[in-house]
Design a protein around this ligand. Structure first.
Ligand code: G7M
Length: 307
């Protein structure tokens, strides 16, 4: 949904909070826009304070002493210095709602057999919507945002800002390199054959980031998600000091390790047991649960019986 003015948001009626994080200063709401039958999601995120904003805040704010302390102040600043990024999803499907809803998480040990017999059938049966990726490739969407494009069909890619980055400050720099080959679903499909592709993405993107944003390769976190949300290989480039969502163990695999693993063992990712963290209501988790493949603590009396 595209808003014509800020007042459009005033009419949003909130049904519930899907998730919130004090650390990331985010809150995600499920609700409805007036006269619309379908649910919507609004994601609010306080923007990082860049060096320039910090200077402006010091020079253009009214300070009031607070908390009965000599050192703490309540700071009232111009609205423009108090940025909040708002993303909306409308209409929001149950899949979107589940994705943003905070829920208990589980860790799965996915052996190569489990990948072939449980994960692969699930991801091929589910229609994960890759239209946004193909629209970007065909320059039907986000054309003006493309930072760099390498058109080689084997080793090429498109580099553009991730949806989560407003491109206003490098403190939360977040770029995505989407590879041109359309047959690499995830980390699991990578073999030594793909090393030239991965090296090309790494080398070209780090050069572009250095010249456009002034950051060195050593200041970047470069990684691939497993499981990803979209099964078309893409590589995340974020500023190392930014605690981007999804950088934790159990989701992010550093590109440098991926390349080294493939150099050592060509079919490393077809053989390796991969761990991934997944939400309890995720369809893939339910497949593992139904088949009794989720590790559970054995009840006390059963432990006694076994002794
Ligand atoms: O978890 P996974 O590795 O699949 O991450 C997918 C990334 O794609 C996330 O960081 C999303 O924010 C990003 N993303 C998703 N969509 C639908 C879009 C989009 O339409 N445009 C851009 N630029 N990024 C997107």
């Amino acid at each position: 949904m595209v808003f014509n003015s800020a007042t459009d948001l005033f009419d949003f009626s909130t049904k519930r909070v899907l998730c919130s994080s004090n650390k990331r200063k985010t809150v995600c709401l499920e609700g409805r826009f007036p006269n619309s039958g379908e649910p919507a999601i609004i994601f609010l995120e306080k923007l990082p304070i860049s060096y320039k904003t910090a200077q402006n805040l010091c020079n253009n704010s009214i300070l009031e002493k607070s908390y009965n302390s000599v050192h703490n102040y309540e700071c009232t600043s111009k609205l423009s210095l108090n940025g909040i990024k708002i993303s909306t999803i409308y209409p929001a499907t149950q899949k979107h709602i589940k994705k943003y809803e905070s829920q208990p998480m589980h860790i799965i040990d996915e052996t190569s057999n489990l990948y072939i017999n449980v994960t692969l059938p699930y991801i091929t049966s589910e229609s994960f919507n890759l239209k946004w990726v193909y629209n970007i490739f065909e320059h039907k969407a986000e054309e003006e945002s493309i930072v760099y494009e390498d058109t080689n069909t084997e080793t090429g890619f498109i580099l553009l800002p991730d949806l989560k980055w407003n491109q206003k400050q490098i403190e939360n720099l977040y770029l995505l390199a989407i590879v041109k080959p359309r047959n690499i679903k995830s980390l699991r499909d990578l073999t030594d054959k793909h090393i030239p592709l991965l090296l090309n993405v790494r080398d070209k993107v780090t050069k572009v980031i250095k010249s456009k944003y002034g950051l060195d390769e050593s200041q970047l976190r470069i990684y691939i998600h497993y499981q990803p949300s979209y099964y078309h290989l893409h590589i995340h480039f974020t500023y190392l000091q930014y605690q981007a969502p999804g950088i934790f163990i159990g989701r992010a695999h550093l590109l440098s390790s991926v390349i080294k693993n493939l150099e050592l063992i060509p079919d490393y990712y077809q053989k390796k047991t991969l761990q991934f963290i997944i939400k309890e209501t995720d369809g893939l988790f339910l497949q593992y649960k139904e088949k009794g493949l989720v590790k559970e603590v054995v009840k006390e009396e059963e432990v006694v019986k076994e002794k």
